[in-house]
Design a binder for this molecule. Structure first.
Ligand SMILES: Nc1ncnc2c1ncn2[C@@H]1O[C@H](COP(=O)(O)OP(=O)(O)OP(=O)(O)O)[C@@H](O)[C@H]1O
Length: 274
């Protein structure tokens, strides 16, 4: 397998962004003709940042995550990870994809434990960490169930647990809470923020929910409709530690939400541009 070459020295370098889209473009071949999905995107995500990305459906958000994960090569420009161009699967990132890709023949416990198994973590520690994670995502008691026995939202939570369990340095999350009801969503947002405040992983988090982006992020990048570019790049200056339950009552929350909506709404099909 073509595994990304990132040397030990680069682990210590902190003078460059951990993730960098350097004038990246993506052209896809459609049924009849090719089209530009992403146009000249220049965004850098520093180490330890919680960066949320919002944008209209189909603007290329998943495409960007796939590039960081090394599953897709840009048509133009370069995607750099820790200073080096991404070439092939990037094993340093944990990816919560939009579709869950759980292994149907493994129980929930053995799905969540898989990344630890691959890293040679012993059975006992593995069991402890998996149980702790299942508890965090509200699935204690479902460890012996199989993916086919779970609802869509539960499968999504198993996928999240499988990524968080090994504490990767980067978490790429593609609408991880999209399928959940609003109460559970808030609980999981809260868990994620707590885990993040402890580990300070770098997070690129895609969501359609502006409130979620403001509640969770250090920064929100708003993308345009296709061919996509950045229409707003906003620092979220609400202090941490944040409580996702009460952050919505912070006066800055409403102002930021409004500013993001003003940038995003003209990009949504059917609303027309101002
Ligand atoms: N492999 C592919 N071949 C052709 N077109 C593709 C391919 N993958 C994605 N596209 C198209 O590129 C555009 C961007 O897709 P992408 O999934 O990145 O968007 P997105 O912003 O994540 O969408 P959503 O918010 O709906 O999940 C879409 O129009 C999609 O149909």
């Amino acid at each position: 397998m073509n595994v990304m070459a990132v040397g030990a020295d680069s682990e210590r370098r902190t003078d460059h962004p951990l993730i960098e889209f350097d004038h990246v473009g993506m052209i896809y071949q459609g049924a009849r003709q090719s089209f530009v999905a992403v146009d000249d995107l220049a965004v850098a995500v520093p180490r330890g940042q919680f960066c949320c990305v919002v944008g209209p459906s189909g603007c290329g958000k998943s495409t960007l995550l796939n590039m960081v994960a090394g599953l897709l090569e840009p048509s133009r420009g370069t995607v750099r990870y820790d200073g080096a161009p991404v070439q092939g699967p990037n094993t340093r990132v944990g990816y919560v994809t939009q579709k869950d890709n759980l292994l149907p023949w493994r129980s929930v416990r053995r799905n969540v434990g898989l990344p630890l198994e691959l890293r040679g973590v012993g059975k006992r520690e593995r069991a402890e960490r998996v149980d702790q994670m299942l508890d965090l995502v509200g699935l204690a008691g479902f460890g012996d169930a199989y993916p086919r026995e779970l609802s869509g939202g539960m499968r999504k939570r198993v996928t999240l647990a499988r990524t968080l369990v090994y504490e990767p340095e980067v978490i790429l999350a593609d609408e991880p809470f999209g399928a959940l009801d609003s109460q559970l969503r808030t609980v999981l947002q809260d868990q994620l923020v707590r885990i993040w405040e402890r580990t300070r992983a770098t997070v690129v988090f895609i969501t359609h929910d502006l409130g979620e982006a403001v509640a969770l992020g250090d920064r929100v990048v708003v993308m345009s409709s296709r061919p996509s570019r950045v229409v707003l790049d906003r620092t979220i200056d609400i202090p941490r530690p944040r409580d996702v339950f009460s952050v919505r009552f912070d006066p800055r929350f409403a102002a930021l939400h409004e500013e993001l909506w003003a940038a995003l709404s003209p990009e949504i099909e059917g609303r027309g541009r101002a």
